[in-house]
Design a protein around this ligand. Structure first.
Ligand SMILES: [Zn+2]
Length: 152
C-alpha cells in the first residue's frame, strides 16, 4: 500500500484543525509582517487570487524575502500603525526592498486613486501632499477657495 501524503495531511488537518488554527493565529500575532508577505505574494504568484490580474497578471513580481519584509516592518514602524499595509512606491514596480514601504492602509488606498471625488486627475502638479501623507486635489482646493471667497 502506498502512502498518500495528501490524504494523510487532510485527515491530520481535520483531526487537529483547532490546534492548527490556534497555532497559525499565534504565529501571525508574533510575526504580523507575515500576513502582508503572504497576501502580497499571493496577489503576484497565485493565478486563482481574486486580485491576480492587477498584480502578477500585469507583470508585478514578488521579490521580497521574509527578512526584507521584516526589515521594512521595523524600519517603518508597522507596529505603530492601525492597519499596516505594504505599499509599492512606484505603482508599476515590483515588490522589492527598494520599492516597498509600510504605510497605513487608509493612506495606501488614497494613494492608489487616480482621480479625486470630482473627477480631476490626481497627477503631477495637481497634487498637494499633506503632512499625513494624503494627497489633495489642487483644482478642488482652488474651487473651494473661490466658493469661500464669494460667500464671505
Ligand atoms: Zn478635484
Amino acid at each position: 500500500m502506498s502512502f498518500d501524503a495528501k490524504k494523510y495531511h487532510s485527515i491530520y488537518y481535520i483531526k487537529h484543525r483547532e490546534e492548527i488554527l490556534a497555532n497559525q493565529k499565534e504565529y501571525y500575532k508574533k510575526n504580523p509582517w507575515m500576513n502582508n508577505y503572504k497576501k502580497a505574494k499571493g496577489r503576484c504568484q497565485c493565478e486563482t487570487n481574486k486580485r491576480y490580474h492587477r498584480y502578477g497578471g500585469r507583470g508585478i513580481k514578488f521579490l521580497l524575502s521574509v527578512k526584507d519584509i521584516k526589515f521594512l516592518w521595523f524600519r517603518d514602524k508597522g507596529y505603530l500603525m492601525k492597519l499596516p499595509s505594504i505599499d509599492r512606491i512606484y505603482n508599476n514596480g515590483n515588490y522589492s526592498l527598494s520599492n516597498c514601504r509600510y504605510i497605513e492602509f487608509e493612506v495606501n488606498r488614497e494613494l492608489k486613486k487616480t482621480h479625486c471625488k470630482r473627477g480631476h486627475l490626481l497627477k503631477g502638479k495637481n497634487i498637494k501632499i499633506r503632512k499625513d501623507g494624503y494627497r489633495e486635489c489642487k483644482l478642488c482646493m482652488k474651487a473651494r477657495r473661490l466658493e469661500n471667497g464669494k460667500l464671505s
